[in-house]
Design a protein around this ligand. Structure first.
Ligand code: PLP
Length: 408
């Protein structure tokens, strides 16, 4: 109840919802990083999934030209400019063979993070269950909490190829589920999904009346020689699916904040219509850059990630590390020996070797016992990291000893 007495000290707090958000787990790693830097250690940072290569020149050129156009300095069109939406439709057709005309629609988002974070607010009623992959991108859980929905873990386990097992979920949970977040190629595990598996998930979602939110942010970063896959390749999937595409990782554009949502017309319109109450769209000059990106060939830098991956995976395997070796994304997911706590391991790894990895516990309880390496540093640095683990006798022994005994 409000206390209106004069002279009282006013303490305004954030909502209960906000207090339920998970704490920032990487503060400890940041502290270790600073301590190592102070000691003069040279760090090798596999922590951040942010491409180190610049945005390609033709995209920069499109942005430079567009910035000069006065009409683009005004409020953008909320759903995205027609030229950007047309480029997105064209992308879906060329990359996935999906015709966006047929009962499907697209809209621009300010990066997929923004789009994904708003989904539960727009589609859930209080108390609805949202299935969140665990381990998974932390935004899914946070967005469910902010919508007064109930996040429930969807365990991704190694023995299932880090794919969901809906058959193992309790009936009451499935009955109360409004939507499920799925992300393939997957952060952090690197797992990919086949069209057959997608088909079965779409059938399940139809049967159970669940909305699939497919986060396809890493669609083209896969090293299994297969083409990228979209949930919308399954006929009729648009009735139960919204899919998010990001330009961030595909075109080295994380700072630009642009992506798009595609799915059934009703779903996309409901999503974009609600979103218009919150933001005013993506700066039109950036949509021009996005158009240039979506109309260009995918650059050869995926080969660069492939080489980096080979160097790291081969190096770690040589040292008997248990690498999951999944073929997607620019992450390498590594199992620690039984009983090894990922935060303790990551902390020790920094202080003993200057190598930074992300503890799996940051992605959820099922990420405990794993660490993630992001391949967003040059190949030379990866060689150097492997060298540090392999050649510095002291470090190599210590790490081997930890791996053998586990760490307390
Ligand atoms: N989804 C996943 C799984 C991610 O890992 C990330 C970024 O790391 C995003 C979405 C956010 O991408 P964007 O830059 O398009 O907001």
């Amino acid at each position: 109840m409000k206390d209106n007495r004069k002279g009282r000290r006013v303490v305004v707090t954030a909502s209960e919802r906000v207090s339920m958000l998970p704490p920032y787990l990487f503060a400890e790693i940041d502290r270790q990083k600073e301590a190592a830097l102070k000691k003069g250690m040279e760090l090798i940072d596999f922590g951040i999934g942010d491409p180190d290569m610049p945005t390609p020149e033709h995209i920069l050129r499109a942005a430079r030209d567009a910035v000069e156009v006065p009409a683009y300095h005004r409020y953008p069109k909320g759903t995205g400019s027609e030229f950007f939406r047309e480029a997105a439709r064209n992308w879906m057709r060329e990359q996935f063979g999906v015709a966006v005309e047929d009962g499907l629609d697209v809209g621009a988002v300010i990066g997929t993070k923004e789009g994904l974070a708003h989904v539960p607010i727009f589609f859930c009623n209080p108390g609805d269950i949202v299935l969140v992959p665990n381990p998974g991108y932390p935004v899914y859980r946070a967005s469910a909490i902010l919508a007064d929905a109930v996040p429930v873990d969807l365990p991704l386990q190694r023995e299932n190829g880090f794919l969901p097992d809906f058959g193992a979920m309790a009936r009451e949970v499935v009955a109360g589920t409004r939507l499920v977040f799925l992300n393939y190629p997957n952060n952090p595990t690197g797992a990919v999904i086949t069209l057959d598996q997608i088909q079965r998930i779409v059938e399940w979602a139809r049967r159970e009346d669940v909305l699939i939110i497919s986060d396809n942010s890493y669609s083209h970063i896969r090293f299994d020689g297969r083409p990228p896959a979209s949930f919308l390749q399954i006929p009729g999937a648009g009735d139960v699916c919204l899919e998010f595409h990001s330009l961030s990782k595909t075109f080295n554009m994380t700072g630009w904040r642009i992506g798009f949502v595609v799915g059934g017309t009703n779903l996309v319109r409901a999503f974009m219509g609600a979103k218009e109450n919150i933001d005013s769209g993506v700066f039109t000059a950036i949509q021009k850059a996005g158009e240039a990106a979506l109309r260009s060939n995918i650059a050869g830098y995926f080969d660069i990630y492939a080489r980096r991956r080979e160097v790291l995976v081969a190096g770690l395997k040589k040292l008997d590390w248990d690498v999951c070796d999944s073929p997607g994304t620019f992450y390498v997911w590594v199992r620690l020996p039984r009983g090894t706590e990922s935060m303790t391991f990551a902390r020790k790894l920094i202080s003993h070797t200057g190598i930074i990895v992300t503890p799996g516990s940051g992605f959820g309880t099922f990420g405990e016992g794993y660490v993630r390496f992001a391949l967003t540093i040059p190949e030379d640095s990866i060689h150097q990291a492997v060298g540090r683990l392999e050649q510095k006798e002291l470090y190599s022994h210590r790490i081997k000893a930890w791996l053998k005994k586990g760490m307390k």
